[in-house]
Design a protein around this ligand. Sequence first.
Ligand SMILES: Nc1ncnc2c1ncn2[C@@H]1O[C@H](COP(=O)(O)OP(=O)(O)OP(=O)(O)O)[C@@H](O)[C@H]1O
Ligand SMILES: [Mg+2]
Length: 324
Amino acid sequence: MTEHRRITPPSGEPEGRKRRSLIERAGDVFGTDRLGPFAVPRDLPEPRRPVADPAPPEQPARAPAGDLGPAAPPPRVEPAVALAGPRQSVDRERLRDEGLIVPEEPVTGQLEEFRIVKRELLAEARGADDPLARRILVCSPHPGEGKTYCAANLAIAMAATRDIEVVLVDADTVKPSVTQRFGIEGGPGLLDVLADPAIRPESCVIRTDIEGLFVLPSGSATSRDSEYLASARTGEVLDRLTRGAPNRILIFDTPPALAASPAAELARHVGQALLVVRADETSRAALEDARQLLSACPDIKLLLNAARYSPSGRRFGDYGKARD
Ligand SMILES: Nc1ncnc2c1ncn2[C@@H]1O[C@H](COP(=O)(O)OP(=O)(O)OP(=O)(O)O)[C@@H](O)[C@H]1O
Ligand SMILES: [Mg+2]
């Protein structure tokens, strides 16, 4: 690991300047353009190429002249699997206590911040042919930097977009906290689905009463979780949840990248990653280490979580005025 240094946040923005997104401001603080080295890691593995030339495609049998024959069947598009887990109500009081966005309440500075970020992420997700762009990993180097806070707020903000379904996946297998923050019951989840191929992933996805918002709990931990996450089953499960569903976004809340393996494992299965950084606490060296660990993801953006908050998470007033 490299030596850790604190980063000094730059002074406030000039008067009258348009509010910059938390992604843009993270770039200001850490001196990285979001399209710079974080977006395109130099150490990406070379894409795998076939060893031998593939066999030429089979020629379809010719119909006799004048006979158009039966019409070719349309290409088979697999329909999206319906998310079919239990229905549960999110505790609005709990959301408020946790400093999370309460959907029915007036627009706050906090909601506005996450709206700007969600637009940026959705633009990438919708513009890409690759379904992986619709899977977004939320990570940070260390504990307590605001991963769950940002992942949950982002999920709530995104779910408010018409026609978008968001599945917030609690991939923090070490210290899961998504269901508790939403005040909903946990249950079988990601780890159970990975361990047992007989469980259909969609049956574990909780349908919340916030329109468009779904939660896949972390599930029951075992000593083989890292092994399961590293297995081919992870890709199959995530494909099943995203296949044929261009309007479905998966957001993964993960444990700290420098402390546990899930984020690095999942980086292989997502098209976008958000590295949450605290301007006053995250060092550039820790960030670089985390970036290396996530380098299987082709698009890593920094997200500035610069609010001053108490460890109990009870002080949220400063969020909209996050230091620039
Ligand atoms: N911008 C913010 N404004 C107010 N409170 C915040 C903010 N970011 C995080 N918090 C609060 O700080 C505490 C730590 O945040 P959170 O749990 O999201 O961090 P984490 O990175 O997920 O931690 P862990 O690595 O332990 O999972 C929580 O109580 C959370 O509500
Ligand atoms: Mg967390």
